[in-house]
Design a protein around this ligand. Sequence first.
Ligand code: SF4
Ligand code: ZN
Length: 314
Amino acid sequence: MKCQRCDERSVIELRHCNAAYCSTCFVERCRERVQGTIRRHRMIRPGERVLVAVSGGKDSLALWDLLLDLGYEADGVYLGLGIGGYSNRSGACAREFAEGRGARLIEIDLERDVGFTIPQAAPVRRAPCSACGTSKRYLLNKVALDHGYDVLATGHNLDDEAAVLFGNVMTWNLPYLARQRPVLPERTGFVRRVKPLVRLTERETAAYCVIRRLDYIIEECPMAAGNRHLVYKELLNSLEERAPGAKATFLRGFSDRLSPLLDEIAEEERESVGVCSGCGAPTTEDLCAFCRLRDQATHPARGGRRPPSRRRSG
Ligand code: SF4
Ligand code: ZN
């Protein structure tokens, strides 16, 4: 099959958009898609400093590479989660990329800098991913604020977003649906968060890394077992097999039609935020979710200090 842009032999066929590309045109198309997404959603303004959340995986390394090639001032931040050899190998991929590109990589080690690892913080009998997600949201935002970045960019791709949307629809979680956007604007205590890869699939980011010869960690996190997000991904993949383009249509329909109707809920969420008595971060509780997690992880015998209500906090 030939590349649909230049007639060279194609190296990748994309069934969801009925197209095939050679390696040069594919990389060019990835750049155009990401630049188009950034412009459409006004993710990054001229002169702004971007911090890329880098896990060492294909999505975050592809994102960092694309932003640098598009001319953005983009540094990286890597969080060492303390998940044994997996964390060592993913950290090595992040460092190798930074060295190769001469880019700045800020490193935070959960055990050294915060006093616990994700395995230690994982609540008994529950998947550790909620503890991990809370830590990432809090610490990545904090690093961005502390170092004066304007924007925090994450490598969520089309498959990730479709799976999250599927999960939120399954439970009709309106506050979560209201918050699921390619851009979360800056506000007191939060930098702007953006997802420039929302129009690229997981397969496309993997192909991009292979073509660009970016070494990324291929193995799955050993703590992912039981993660419902992966189950939703599998379900959507089998749907996509039968109906190519189904994931993109699902996500686009939500962004274009439903998401704007949830603006009021998103606004109410933003207005109900107070200040954490432990760390001063924005929260809807007395103690923010991260302070509670840290208390439970570092003082498990005490059960940590607990807030009076059960509302979710930032
Ligand atoms: Fe964290 Fe879960 Fe992802 Fe592992 S699979 S890195 S524990 S969110
Ligand atoms: Zn706090």
